[in-house]
Design a protein around this ligand. Structure first.
Ligand code: ZN
Length: 210
């Protein structure tokens, strides 16, 4: 009898998954090729934003950049599963009881896109999401010099004043570069006196571009 293996395709790069590693033969839930699997191993990089503890799942490599670009451009539920499933348990444990506050995009951009990618990215954690910060203009970090970047604080506003005194909050974003957006968001959230503030981002650049 001849065994005909079912062909599976990588959920990220769509290439056929070759079972090139003996351990992978027994992994029924395999959904990534070995290259993507390696690249997609979360790094859990710890850093600080002002006094607050922050974690990045990945370094912002060209691979991760491409992945986020793909995700933003064409929202894909399968990709969404891949995004968080691999480190789900760890994240759920770490942030149990937290409420998520996503760093917003300009509302008009979400409307064009049909979804907010940051909200979708972290939705699977099953935590309550408070969309209380609003971005009032299209402001792209990359298009501005360092001095101007700090002006982001003018474009972030609290759209809802809620009482967070009993809550632990987790600010989430996709990419962390200079941190000016995150700091502006923290300044707003601090006014609501949460019990604790933590930061979780999908990817962080290694060096701060000037
Ligand atoms: Zn792949």
């Amino acid at each position: 009898m001849k065994l005909t293996p079912t062909t599976k395709h990588c959920k990220i790069c769509f290439k056929e998954i070759k079972i090139d590693d003996i351990l992978r033969i027994f992994d029924k839930d395999i959904c990534l090729c070995s290259k993507c699997q390696r690249e997609f191993e979360p790094k859990f990089i710890n850093f600080k934003v002002d006094a607050y503890q922050a974690t990045a799942l990945f370094e912002y490599t060209p691979y991760i950049k491409e992945l986020i670009y793909k995700y933003k451009g064409c929202f894909d539920y399968e990709l969404n599963d891949v995004f968080l499933n691999m480190y789900f348990k760890e994240l759920k444990m770490r942030y149990s009881g937290y409420k998520i506050i996503p760093i917003p995009s300009y509302a008009q951009d979400d409307k064009t896109r049909g979804f907010n990618h940051v909200v979708e990215m972290f939705k699977n954690l099953g935590l309550e999401t408070l969309q209380i910060i609003e971005k009032t203009a299209h402001f792209k970090q990359a298009e501005h010099k360092a001095r101007k970047r700090s002006e982001i604080s003018k474009y972030l506003v609290l759209k809802k004043e809620i009482n967070l005194e009993k809550d632990k909050v987790l600010l989430v974003d996709d990419i962390y570069t200079t941190g000016s957006t995150m700091r502006a968001a923290i300044n707003l959230v601090e006014k609501l006196n949460p019990k604790q503030i933590r930061v979780l981002v999908f990817a962080k650049t290694r060096t701060i571009p000037s």
